[in-house]
Design a protein around this ligand. Sequence first.
Ligand SMILES: [Zn+2]
Length: 178
Amino acid sequence: MHRGKWFLAATCNIDHPTPAAIDDFLGVDLGAVQIAADSDGQEFSGSMVNNVRYRHRKLRQNLQAIQSKSAKRHLKNHAGKEFRFAQNINHTTAKEIVEKAKRTRRGIAIEKLTGIRDVECSPCGHIEKANRPSQSKFRCQSCNYAANADFNAAQNLRSRAKDNRPIAARVRAASRLH
Ligand SMILES: [Zn+2]
């Protein structure tokens, strides 16, 4: 977290002695619905996490109902296990994104879009709150473009990074900070 913006701080070890020039970006939205969505349309669902979370929640409810000393002990251990599992999935997703960017010689444009920017239409640039009828849906009130909201956000990140190199510079600056 840096000045209210999220960055993926990642370093890439590349085989070439000189880094390849980057002329495009992979936009990555940290989604409200999915864990992440990229500007290629790939979604990182983390469905395994959700399923496990659901199972864990059910188990936690059962344990809470029992309220015994041994159940409390079990509850504590379980919370840690769930956290580690979620962390591992996030790490795997991050690794996958970095590998993809490396493979396709792109930079990574990642930022948590907030406020007005997540209602910006990626094809036409129209900004209106009504473009976002729900958390998962995007429909432009001007050009009628419809998409998954996270995908639209990832597209915005990609084009903003392409048009405005300072974003990439900020990503590099952020990775130096961590
Ligand atoms: Zn539009």
